[in-house]
Design a protein around this ligand. Structure first.
Ligand SMILES: Cc1cc2nc3c(=O)[nH]c(=O)nc-3n(C[C@H](O)[C@H](O)[C@H](O)COP(=O)(O)OP(=O)(O)OC[C@H]3O[C@@H](n4cnc5c(N)ncnc54)[C@H](O)[C@@H]3O)c2cc1C
Ligand code: FES
Ligand code: FES
Length: 1326
């Protein structure tokens, strides 16, 4: 199929040359950071004479590297009608929502099963370390796949809390009205490994594919695969500039992110001398990290099982294992080699510090011979530079074992526990001398502190000769580290104080560990890092009435309508469409400045490339170059002024994506002077008075706030920054525009949550009336608000190009570009003042919120409006004054994001309440409970509270979580534990459902019955994983009294249902279900006479009879279901919510006060979702939203350079929660007996998509509580003594950096900006 494959051609068949069109493998990041592209590579292990199956990231696997192996993609394991056991279990367990991550997750699990047919729970969890999912919250994925494990997981003692105890659940008792099973495990296909396909015999029987020398040449690169050391050395001597490749996990990233091209690549995985290892710990440079971990595991095992006989010899291996367990994910470890890590010489390598500390030796080989060098600073001479000569290759690494008196540990601190590179790591080795109590030698190696791995020689020297037992050695080491490990203000990487502090904390932890090992007194709470227990989870929901017919699926946990297509990889997304005849690919030319004027653009070099068809820029726009949501302030292409880094200046069109993207990089842009320096942060905007006009701000005053503050018994004041958030939907912006009829019509396939909005934007830009533009959306791989307005940025240039060239145009952003242009959740800066009476009743709130809107208005005014209302929906406040201002900055426009401004409001309100409780000496819970709205009250903006379900959720959550009992236990724990602290917080949410206006709450639907009796439904909602199609099928099936299998929803299309409201604000089901219901009931009425005439006939007979009688079998439904009033534009006043969704969550966290790490130990959530239409979908939404909220409030940390470049592009730099970030124990309950207050709600259900996200504020405030406990212990020195300790600012996200620095203590380093220089990074909320 491929005669001259380019090494840069990724192994994703859909994007390779046309002969194969397998679309199941998804490309979501292209940098090995998400696992969506996981495939299984199988090779014959000739030493073991058996096949070896490995999960790898296709996006980093050069096509040449898979020669001689067998590659299995999701299509190879099962298909609809013939599912593999892993596919069936994931589908049945509701483990896919948008489905874009699903094939990758399954291929990781499948690869594990091929190696370990009956894995343990821990092995399963480890196999998924390299996979992310943005939708599900991971629990259902684990639940489904765990059914394949031996043993299973979860609590097995006592009441399972509605979980699935092995002998059933007491709550499942008939008539209890409660159900706990979201899927039935009884009839699951057993996994039968003997049915797996055999390894291809042609690869097994001969080694000519995998053991012969190879050379592939393409126009840019030659790929060599030598199979002997001699040949490798020859090649390296012929091409000293050649790069050696093993796992490609460094080179692949360099090629992608820096556009690096290496004319010669030499793959060393076939060189036997580099792939061997020996038991005296000589590791060939090409030994993969997985193999290395296996070896270490064996050496650490019992001597009879091949382990080392002396315990102390195992110390180095254990330290290596500790590092390898935290190193990337399995897909990377399976291919990446120790040599690649060493030779990259990265300052944050996880292995180099340890090799240095253990005193390892590197053997370098060339045609001139071999030499040994120490793995220390004499070899790692600079940032990513080594002392290796150009013709030398690393042959092996030799690691000495520890002697009895030598101790070594390695630790790593990253932003996320799994699959993340280190902020700082350390490997420390000490020799306690013949007497075992005096330091004879020490090596302290740190990654992440300097441009190379830092060997703290002075600290080591200071420790030598000092006694261990009395802490003398530690004191001396810490004293010296203060200067030696100091990170200067403004140093690359930022976080200067934190990084220096970590170095000291890590030495302190090492000291405690060695004390433990040698039998000296030690602090138990300092020794270990936070441990994570296996997930245990329960779900409790109301069962359907006993008399509900079995075929009526409303209220039952029905699987997602696309589940089978998603688990088989058959589900189609925009970019999966086959290329249309004559199709061109558009690659944008993007500004690399945040604020500038464009003087000229030179396309000469780009146009000279083969395959380039031309370009488009603002001169080609046939209609208006400006469009927009609220105002037309979004340029298709910047014609002069640039507003943010990444803004589209032009587009280059070529026959394929690779050519188009390479050509776009060749376009030269000439910039002129800007009107000023870029405005990036909120402080920048305030300083330069850069705001959107006041008419867009929000302001509400109720009561006399000044009077309240004057009379209040208690009052706190504070500031809080809440960072933004990247949507990180898995499917990046994609569009395919087909011009029709000479350009008088456009057919557009797009990743959009808002097809009608995109149609309107395209109409403005092309000048075509909307009736000539059809926008279709089959499904999208996640949206979360990010695809409501922003995808028009890509669709409009593509449409302009399609019209200019008269050819179909496809455009797909890669993850980096998508993150640069798509905007996200608004970062905010707030100042609050909150007053209470003596008992804790809230009597006054003053709040000023500045919101970083980015460069255009987009939906920022609406976000601010929703934020304003959210500040007063949950707690009773006698008086308040809230003002929200919109900052205009040189960032990509911030936009809608799940929960639309309310999470920032919740973070601020709940923090202010916590702050008040701390200052009053009351529990947070007490104040919250005292101020919750009760039925019959009216919120300050005039919304009546019509139900007491907030109170019910609160009380049920208090009881289910055993809040009071656990709080007592926690206090005992905190008193006894100096360096680990726990926090417990219970937070409520009352979430007004609606859009603040009446008009958007309308929708239409078309329902067609065909003569075979099948039914096609079209409605205005977009399926993005939230399950709207599934719920609507359930509703329609009940209305038509048909089995759900006879109904189908194909796509959303503006020519089927016009003028639709965006799928947003959690109301997609609320507004579309009634429209579908309306159409179904019309049809039912039309069929009634035929049913009456022949009641025993079948459905298709009635349909046939109606047709023959000339009765229309197509009906249009419509729904307009507005709230009572529009909210006032300025003040948000008005009864503008349809109803409220309520909930409460109680979260317990533990923090490591030495490193700032945290773990969520348990979370109990109670949600009021009325009468749930589908508990599986709804609980999936609760878990997914909550996990996204945890990401927002803890680890998702957007950072920019001071001149406005996004530094956190891609999953390598921007961390969303992974499998190990969810609560260890997660109990979800849907409030029983609840019915929606709104009379027209569909079967009395409530909206769910957004509200649970805000419940993660319980995690933020629990962290705050734990930090407070640490501060009290560490006697934080602040001017006001005790009061000072209480009063502290903990911003969101509460990253490990913020937690650590807030905990205080003597190890905290102080770093100041002495020369007023610019910081290395800024946060837009600063
Ligand atoms: C998603 C992701 C996560 C990661 N996580 C981590 C992490 O947690 N910790 C960490 O430390 N790193 C991490 N990395 C970085 C990377 O995976 C490691 O450095 C890895 O060990 C590199 O090995 P490789 O075989 O893939 O190198 P390659 O990309 O194949 O090669 C890297 C460099 O080493 C040179 N080289 C390779 N072998 C030799 C040899 N024998 N002689 C001379 N030069 C040689 C190559 O020419 C090239 O310059 C991560 C990377 C990715 C993409
Ligand atoms: S697409 Fe390959 S890991 Fe994300
Ligand atoms: S289902 Fe996992 S990313 Fe959407």
């Amino acid at each position: 199929l491929y005669t001259h494959p380019s090494p840069y051609t990724i192994s994703r068949p859909a994007h390779a040359s046309p002969p194969v069109h397998l679309t199941g493998t998804k490309l979501a990041c292209g940098e090995g950071g998400c696992g969506a592209c996981t495939v299984m590579i199988s090779r014959w292990d000739r030493r073991a004479d058996s096949p070896l199956h490995l999960a790898v990231n296709a996006c980093l696997a050069p096509l040449c590297s898979v020669h001689g192996t067998s590659v299995t993609t999701i299509e190879g394991i099962g298909r609809s009608g013939a599912l593999h056991a892993v596919q069936e279990r994931l589908a049945r367990a509701h483990g896919s929502q948008c489905g874009f991550c699903t094939p990758g997750v399954l291929m990781s699990a499948y690869s594990l099963l091929r190696e370990r047919p009956h894995p343990t729970d821990a092995e399963l969890t480890a196999s998924l370390q390299g996979n992310l999912c943005r939708c599900t919250g991971y629990r259902p994925i684990l639940d489904g796949l765990r059914s394949l494990c031996c043993g299973g997981g979860g609590d097995s003692s006592g009441c399972c809390g509605g979980g699935r105890g092995s002998s059933g659940c007491c709550m499942d008792a008939k008539g209890s009205g409660v159900a706990t099973e979201l899927f039935d495990t009884a009839d699951l296909l057993p996994y039968d490994p003997s049915q797996e396909p055999l390894f291809p015999s042609e690869l097994q029987l001969t080694d000519r594919y995998d053991a012969s020398e190879l050379r592939f040449t393409s126009d840019r690169v030659t790929w060599h695969r030598p199979v002997s050391l001699e040949r490798l050395l020859q090649l390296k001597s012929e091409h000293p500039e050649a790069k050696l490749v093993v796992g490609n996990s460094e080179i692949g990233i360099e090629a992608k992110q820096k556009g690096a091209i290496y004319p010669h690549l030499i793959c060393t995985s076939g060189v036997p001398e580099l792939t061997r290892h020996s038991l005296v710990f000589v590791i060939g440079a090409s030994v993969s990290l997985t193999r290395l971990a296996q070896l270490c595991r064996r050496l650490c095992s019992d001597a009879k099982a091949g382990g080392l006989s002396l315990e102390h010899q195992k110390r180095g291996c254990r330290a290596l294992l500790d590092m390898l367990d935290q190193f990337a994910g399995p897909q990377i470890r399976n291919v990446a080699a120790i040599g690649g890590n060493v030779m990259t010489a990265s300052p944050i390598s996880d292995l180099i510090p340890l090799l240095g500390a253990l005193g390892a030796t590197l053997t370098l080989a060339s045609l001139r011979g071999e030499r040994n060098v120490a793995a220390d600073q004499s070899f790692f001479v600079g940032y990513r530079r080594t002392a290796a000569r150009p013709d030398e290759v690393l042959r092996s690494v030799s690691i000495p074992f520890c002697s009895e008196r030598q101790h070594c540990y390695a630790v790593k601190q990253a932003r996320r526990k799994e699959d993340d590179i280190a902020i700082v790591n350390a490997a420390i080795w000490v020799d306690l001398g013949p007497g075992g109590d005096q330091v004879a030698a020490a090596r302290l190696c740190f990654g992440g502190l300097a441009p190379t791995v830092l060997s703290a020689g002075q600290a080591a020297a200071a420790m030598v000769g000092r006694r261990w037992e009395d802490g003398d050695a530690l004191e001396a080491g810490l004293r010296q580290l203060k200067t030696e490990a100091a990170v200067a203000w403004g140093a690359p990487g930022g976080q200067a104080a934190y990084r220096s502090t970590l170095a000291a904390s890590m030495l302190f932890r090492f000291y405690q560990r060695v004390c433990r090992d040698v039998g000296l007194p030690f602090d138990e709470s300092a020794v270990d890092e936070l441990d994570r227990r296996p997930l245990s989870a329960t779900q409790v929901f109301e069962s359907v009435p006993a008399d509900q017919p079995i075929e009526d699926l409303v209220g039952r946990p029905v699987s997602h309508a696309s589940a089978i297509a998603q688990v088989t990889g058959e589900a189609m997304y925009t970019d999966d469409a086959q290329a249309a005849a004559g199709e061109l690919f558009l690659a944008p030319v993007m500004s690399d400045r945040a604020r500038a004027t464009v003087v000229g653009i030179d396309f000469t070099d780009a146009l000279a490339m083969d395959g380039v068809a031309g370009f488009v820029d603002s001169r080609d726009v046939p209609g208006s170059n400006l469009y927009g949501y609220a105002f037309d302030d979004e340029p298709v292409f910047a014609s002069s002024d640039v507003m943010f880094t990444g803004q589209f200046l032009a587009g280059v069109l070529a026959a394929d994506r690779d050519t188009a993207r390479r050509a776009a990089r060749l376009v030269r842009v000439q910039y002129g002077p800007a009107a000023g320096s870029p405005v990036v942060t909120i402080s920048d905007a305030a300083a330069s008075d850069s705001f959107f006009p006041e008419e867009h701000w929000k302001q509400l005053t109720v009561g006399d706030v000044d009077e309240a503050f004057a009379t209040a018994e208690h009052c706190v004041e504070g500031e809080m920054n809440v960072g933004g958030q990247e949507h990180f939907y898995f499917e990046p912006f994609s569009v395919l525009v087909e011009p029709k009829d000479g350009g008088s019509e456009l057919l557009v396939y797009a990743t959009s949550q808002n097809p009608s909005g995109m149609q309107s934007d395209l109409s403005k830009v092309t000048g075509l009336a909307r009736n000539r533009i059809v926008v279709k959306v089959k499904r999208i791989g996640g949206g979360f608000g990010g695809k409501e307005t922003r995808p028009s940025q890509l669709a409009t240039p593509a449409a302009v190009a399609a019209l200019k060239f008269g050819r179909p145009v496809r455009a797909v952003l890669d993850r980096w570009d998508d993150m640069a242009v798509s905007g996200g959740r608004h970062p905010v800066k707030a100042r609050y003042k909150l007053a209470a009476d003596r008992d804790g009743r809230l009597i006054g709130l003053r709040l000023l919120i500045l919101l970083n809107a980015g460069c255009t208005l987009d939906m920022s005014e609406n976000v601010a409006g929703r934020m304003l209302r959210a500040c007063m929906e949950t707690y009773r406040l006698a008086s308040l004054s809230i003002e929200i201002r919109l900052c205009r900055t040189n960032l990509a426009s911030n936009t809608a994001f799940r929960a639309f401004g309310t999470p920032q409001a919740c973070a601020i309100m709940e923090t202010a309440v916590s702050h008040l409780a701390e200052s009053m000496g009351l529990s947070q819970c007490q104040i919250r409970e005292l101020n919750l709205f009760r039925s019959g009250e009216i919120t300050p903006n005039g919304a009546p509270v019509k139900s007491d379900n907030l109170w019910r959720c609160w009380q049920e959550c208090l009881a289910a979580s055993d809040y009071h009992g656990r709080l007592r236990e926690l206090e005992v724990f905190n008193r006894a534990s100096r360096h680990k602290k726990r926090g417990l917080s219970l937070c409520p949410i009352a979430y007004g459902i609606g859009m603040g206006k009446k008009f958007p709450l309308q929708s239409g639907a078309t329902v067609n019955i065909y003569l075979d009796g099948s039914v096609l439904i079209c409605h205005g909602g977009v399926e993005m994983g939230q399950g709207v199609h599934t719920k609507l099928l359930q509703v329609a099936a009940r209305a038509l009294q048909l089995p759900i299998g006879r109904l189908y929803i194909a796509e959303t299309s503006t020519d089927k249902v016009p003028n639709t409201t965006a799928s947003a604000a959690s109301i997609t089901t609320d507004i579309n279900a009634p429209a579908v219901l309306d159409a179904c009931l019309q049809l039912r009425r039309r069929l009634a006479p035929f049913v009456e005439a022949n009641p025993t006939a079948a459905w298709e007979d009635w349909v046939g009879a109606a047709y023959l009688a000339g009765v229309s079998l197509s009906a249009c439904g419509f729904c307009f279901n507005p709230p009572k009033e529009d909210a006032d534009r300025r003040s948000g006043r008005g009864d503008s919510a349809l109803y409220f969704t309520y909930g409460a969550a109680c979260s317990e966290v533990e923090i490591d006060a030495l490193t700032g790490d945290h773990v969520i130990r348990r979370c109990d959530i109670v949600m009021d979702l009325g009468a749930s239409l589908n508990p599986a979908v709804d609980i999936g939404q609760v878990e997914g939203a909550f996990t996204q909220g945890c990401g927002l409030y803890t680890i998702e940390d957007l950072r920019y350079s001071p001149d406005g470049r996004l530094l956190t592009r891609g999953p390598g730099a921007y961390k969303i929660p992974g499998f190990s970030d969810i609560p260890e124990k997660l109990n979800i309950r849907l409030l029983r007996g609840s019915r929606c207050e709104h009379p027209k709600a569909v079967h009395s259900s409530k909206a769910v998509g957004e509200p649970p996200l805000n419940l993660a504020a319980s995690v933020l405030t629990a962290i705050r509580q734990a930090v407070l406990a640490a501060r009290l212990d560490s006697q934080v020195e602040l001017p006001n003594g005790h009061q000072g300790q209480l009063s502290f600012q903990l911003d969101s996200p509460a990253t490990s950096e913020r937690i650590r620095l807030a905990c205080g203590g003597g190890l905290v380093a102080e770093v100041s900006n002495t020369d007023g220089s610019a910081p290395w990074e800024v946060r837009p909320s600063d």
